[in-house]
Unconditional design. Structure first.
Lengths: 190, 345, 598
């Protein structure tokens, strides 16, 4: 009996020493997990997750075990990718409302050239200067919506990006059967 | 675009799950008839019980899962599971043991894992093993084939045996007998030589008398399945080859302590296993090379467990063991994709 | 594997893995000859009828165009021009529904025909092409808008330019037409075998290939006979071989046909040119002959209208751009028991809703299916892991694994199982007992993967821009601090030079404004010396002045002060002097605005 106790105690001491040494010897500086998480995020810097940018959210997920379904532009894809990366449960996809991708558009007739939106844009996608008409560079706009609030005349609105033949995606197969058999294709004249 | 976008192909599908299951049921019929002729009504009664219990159990579980029951039940997979289990159990097994077995197979092994297609283990075999190790006496109480029986069981006798547990004439020992595999084990355990053992009237041409014909009739069913392309040749041939090769090796080394290889093939559930159980698509390997390895390993394991293991028949254990290995075997036997470097061009 | 008919010269054939035997349904439409079509009232010509970038229109609404006239020029290398299929007037250049599984619209040139079929002056025939540089021939093929007519519509001139690295020894001509119901290539080989041989002759010269193998499935005996006769009369008969291959779907797939005829496999993610082979459809080959020998652009093609859902199935010679409704009408209209209308074949085609869509260069079939021909597969059952899909796959993939991971939306694992080697032939879904829509899962996975790649690129780009913005802000902050420091030091050294300087020391913000104003004034003066008047707010048109006045009015209404300086990043720093809006803006916004400015 005594031998058993001594043996287990000795094992525990040996393991503890090994672990402690490893913790010191193989310590990793910085936070590689946060970097990996940030690489997955869509970089819109929109703050819709509640954090002021993608990097702070990544660090929160890495350090504070923040929920991984908070990224709105990333949607389900990002949530699944984070779940895969971190080995966590994907959580409810229902928490994420998949919004269609949008770009911001400034109404030319309302813009007063105040430059407030210019400063708000995290990717400098708004061109213009004080007292000059502001314009959004559509190809650079990430749809983060940070410019909507600062505008004093509410002249910015979001316009969904239209799907074209080139950007259309096949839908995930539905579980219900295909068209009902009784509908005939309608002959729509040009 | 109005309606749901549906992709090609727009052709008529040529296969159906219930069609596949129906062919399997048809292929089992010759073997069932043979067993009924040899062992009496017990098998048919058990089969009717098992099928009823299985369908009811599946309907109940689907209800609990909130899924529509009819589409799932109509794919006939529960019926096939029940029939295979009924064939594997002794013909006079009490009805409540059949019920427990079926419940285990359908509810635990199949539905709790997600239903058809998601179970890692063969439900009929897992249930058989569960019953075998929990109620070993009842599960090893077999009847002799009618040509060897002193007293064959009538229909009423079988009903009474199954539902009331009453032995005809009050004495189970008078009616029951060991299976050829069980008998062979016992005799070899008593250090008898094969020559000697085979003198007994229990033995037929290459297996137990009567019992060997069960194997033949199931073989007919298996060939039917091959012809109809319900199964491919890979698993049955590999199983038989695996079993015969290793049995042959040991028989060649010592013919007096190891029976002739054909004995192994035509005893117990070997033929049934080769064509109906190991070929269960859900739990077997899917790649062709994988299927060969899978079948051969089961065949070899059957011999090993029969010869040195704790139970007389080994098909169920062998199948379950290889079910565990099936995904790994699939992973390592992926075919070379067109255009990728590898063997040949 | 030996050829099955002993009559034909036996030649070694290889087999590809899998494939399925499907009832070929050729008899529905392969009797009779190809019917001509009347000139349709309108022609709808999509600007993109090929793989690559859409072409640029070179006509305007109201222009009169002639038959064969170029109406859209190619943009970039992988592109093809579009020609008018008949004479008439351009009535619109706008988005119209096009043949695409999405049913969406794309830019098209719409021509109202005048019925005269007046031809444009065609380029001269290059009958003496053997003395010409292949580049000249390729240019002619490109200028005539020839694209792959077997369905892929890859610009032919690009395909025929494999580059110096690839030595082409074999031209494979694809006359297999393995998909059920479609018979347009069959009829083309029967009726225009001479043109096909002419095209082969041109292509052999162009590619410098040794031999040509024409693969035809053995369910087309008339076509085989016709091609044999044409070959016997041709002077290249020693280099051309007609190879009869067993009927098996999808032996007409480019990769599969090359394997059957040559025994070699096209490398994954590669092109046949890498193994010295170029494959062309018979229709494309005939179009090449038209382009080179007759200067005719690709403006018409054979289309099969078939299926038991149409009254009179047949093959038609159709002008590109003809609305599908016209073809259906010519074939007697659709029957009442129609279940679906498909553009293409039953295995790889897509369903269409709208009969106004035009026939493009790649559209080879309109298929009207009855419920008996295309029954509803019903809801998908769970996968029973039977492996029939893997047995049938001509690319030796594991469709089951692709299915599991595509269903789980695990796109990385799907690609590990070689998703992009899938040719979407439909064999797997055809044999699946559970009726799982396998091909749709793979198409979903492919398009989703591409979309994610694009989004990743956008995300990386946005990240870089964001980093650049932060860097810019830091830099401006540093410069501002540096300027303040230097100004402070300058003020210390010269304590009482100018009243303005002392004033400036007190208020660093005002100093910056002052400095900017001085710079602007200096700039203006300098420009004035050169005689240039800055265009910003002087010299405006009346309308512009009105707009400026309106903007200023709005600005005042919003309660903002006039900004002090003009363009430049420095100006944005001085925006800190703006007072937050007091009147028009609502409370929370004002707070947010001031937070933004802080």
């Amino acid at each position: 009996m005594l031998i058993a106790i001594l043996a287990i105690a000795a094992l525990a001491v040996v393991m503890g020493v090994l672990l402690g040494y490893s913790a010191l010897r193989f310590r990793v500086e910085g936070d590689p997990v946060a970097d990996q998480i940030e690489a997955v995020l869509p970089q819109t810097q929109c703050a819709q997750c509640g954090y002021p940018g993608c990097r702070p959210y990544a660090e929160a997920v890495a350090k504070d075990d923040e929920a991984i379904n908070k990224c709105v532009p990333g949607g389900e894809a990002v949530m699944l990718a984070l779940a895969d990366l971190l080995g966590r449960d994907p959580g409810e996809a229902g928490g994420i409302v998949e919004k269609p991708k949008c770009v911001a558009v400034i109404d030319d007739n309302e813009c007063i050239g105040c430059t407030l939106c210019l400063q708000a844009c995290p990717v400098d996608a708004i061109m213009g200067a004080a007292k000059q008409l502001h314009g959004i560079i559509a190809s650079e706009c990430t749809g983060c919506e940070l410019c909507l609030k600062p505008c004093p005349v509410e002249c910015i609105h979001m316009r969904p990006i239209e799907t074209t033949v080139r950007t259309w995606k096949w839908p995930f197969p539905a579980s219900q059967p295909a068209r009902p058999t009784e509908t005939l294709p309608q002959a729509k004249a040009a | 675009m109005t309606g749901v976008v549906v992709s090609s192909p727009h052709s008529a599908r040529v296969n159906r799950v219930d069609g596949v299951m129906l062919q399997v049921i048809l292929a089992l019929i010759p073997g069932i008839l043979a067993m009924t002729w040899l062992f009496g009504w017990g098998l048919l009664i058990n089969m009717a019980l098992a099928v009823t219990f299985a369908v009811a159990a599946e309907a109940l579980v689907l209800r609990l899962r909130g899924r529509p029951a009819l589409p799932v039940l109509s794919d006939l997979s529960a019926v096939v599971t029940a029939m295979l289990l009924a064939i594997a159990i002794p013909p006079i097994l009490p009805w409540w043991l059949t019920l427990i077995g079926v419940l285990f197979a359908i509810v635990v092994v199949k539905q709790l894992y997600g239903g058809l297609g998601y179970n890692p283990f063969n439900p009929a075999m897992a249930a058989y093993v569960f019953l075998l190790i929990s109620w070993p006496v009842a599960m090893t109480t077999w009847l002799p084939p009618h040509m060897l029986a002193d007293q064959a069981l009538s229909f009423m006798d079988s009903l009474r045996a199954i539902f009331l547990g009453v032995a005809p004439g009050g004495n189970w020992d008078a009616v029951t007998a060991a299976t050829p595999l069980g008998e062979m084990r016992n005799q070899l355990g008593q250090n008898r030589m094969i020559e000697e053992i085979r003198q007994s009237p229990l033995w037929g041409d290459f297996g137990g008398r009567g019992w060997e014909w069960v194997g033949n009739w199931f073989l007919l069913g298996g060939l039917y399945l091959l012809w109809k392309r319900i199964i491919t040749w890979h698993i049955p041939v590999a199983f038989i080859a695996g079993l015969l090769v290793i049995a042959g090796m040991f028989w060649a080394l010592d013919p007096q302590t190891h029976p002739f290889p054909a004995f192994h093939l035509f005893s117990g559930g070997a033929i049934l296993g080769a064509f109906f159980i190991a070929t269960d698509p859900v739990t077997a390997c899917t790649t062709k090379k994988g299927q060969l390895i899978f079948g051969a390993a089961i065949g070899a394991l059957v011999f090993v467990i029969r010869t040195w293991g704790g139970y007389p028949d080994a098909v169920a254990f062998a199948v379950l063991l290889m079910n565990i290995a099936a995904p790994t075997i699939d992973y390592y036997t992926q075919p070379r994709v067109y255009g990728h470097p590898g063997a040949g061009k | 594997m030996q050829a099955t008919q002993p009559r034909f010269k036996s030649r070694q054939l290889w087999q590809f893995h899998g494939g399925i035997h499907v009832p070929d349904q050729k008899a529905v439409s392969n009797a009779g000859k190809v019917q001509p079509t009347p000139c349709p009232k309108i022609l709808i010509l999509p600007l993109q009828q090929h793989i690559g970038a859409p072409a640029n229109p070179v006509v305007k609404v109201g222009d009169r165009v002639l038959k064969g006239q170029v109406i859209a020029e190619p943009r970039g290398y992988v592109c093809a021009p579009v020609h008018a299929s008949s004479s008439g007037t351009v009535i619109a250049i706008e988005d119209r529904p096009v043949p695409h599984p999405s049913g969406l619209s794309a830019p098209c040139v719409v021509i109202e025909t005048d019925g005269q079929e007046a031809w444009v002056d065609l380029p001269e025939p290059l009958t003496d092409y053997e003395s010409l540089d292949p580049a000249v021939l390729r240019e002619r093929i490109r200028a005539c808008g020839v694209v792959g007519m077997g369905g892929a519509s890859f610009p032919t001139s690009v395909k025929l330019n494999p580059g110096k690295d690839h030595q082409i020894h074999t031209l494979v001509v694809n006359g297999a037409e393995c998909e059920p119901y479609i018979t347009c290539d069959d009829l083309l080989m029967r009726e225009r075998s001479g043109d096909v041989l002419q095209g082969i002759r041109i292509l052999l010269h162009l590619l410098g290939a040794r031999q040509c193998l024409i693969g035809i499935e053995d369910n087309k005996p008339e076509a085989i006979e016709s091609m044999r006769l044409a070959r016997a009369e041709s002077d290249i008969r020693d280099r051309v071989e007609i190879v009869v291959i067993p009927t098996l779907y999808p032996s007409g797939g480019e990769k599969q046909l090359i394997k059957v005829l040559t025994g070699r496999e096209v490398p994954s993610h590669g092109i046949p040119a890498q193994i010295g082979v170029v494959c062309q459809n018979v229709g494309t080959t005939a179009a090449v002959a038209d382009a080179v020998l007759r200067g005719r652009p690709l403006i018409e093609r054979y289309v099969t209208v078939t299926g038991r859902g149409v009254a009179k199935p047949c093959n038609l010679n159709v002008r590109v751009g003809t609305p599908a409704a016209d073809l259906i009408a010519q074939c007697g209209g659709l029957r009442r028991n129609l279940r679906k209308l498909v553009c293409g074949g039953p295995m790889m085609g897509f369903e269409i809703d709208n009969q106004a869509i035009p026939i493009t260069k790649a559209a080879n079939c309109l298929l009207a299916l009855t419920p008996a021909e295309s029954p509803d597969p019903g809801p998908a059952l769970p996968c029973i892991r039977c492996g029939r899909c893997a047995d049938a796959c001509p690319a030796s993939l594991l469709p089951q694994q692709l299915y599991w991971y595509a269903r789980a939306k695990d796109l990385d694992r799907v690609q590990d199982y070689n998703l992009f080697d899938c040719i979407e032939c439909g064999c797997c879904a055809h044999v699946c007992p559970s009726h799982i829509p396998l091909v749709q899962y793979y198409r979903y996975a492919k398009t989703e993967s591409w979309a994610r790649e694009q989004e990743k690129k956008k995300a990386d780009h946005a990240k870089a821009r964001h980093a650049a913005k932060l860097e810019r802000q830091e830099r401006q902050e540093r410069e501002r601090q540096a300027k303040l420091r230097s100004r402070k030091e300058a003020a210390k050294e010269k304590p009482a030079t100018q009243g303005q300087a002392a004033h400036v020391v007190d208020d660093p913000k005002k100093a910056a404004i002052e400095a900017a104003r001085q710079r602007a004034a200096a700039k203006k003066a300098a420009l004035a010396e050169e005689g240039v008047i800055p265009k910003n707010t002087e010299d405006l048109a009346a309308a512009q002045q009105q707009q400026v006045a309106a903007a200023q009015a709005r600005r005042r209404a919003a309660g903002l002060r006039e900004p002090e300086a003009k363009a430049g990043p420095e100006a944005r720093d001085t925006d800190q002097t703006h007072q937050p809006p007091q009147t028009k803006a609502t409370g929370p916004k004002a707070e947010t605005a001031s937070e933004e400015q802080a």
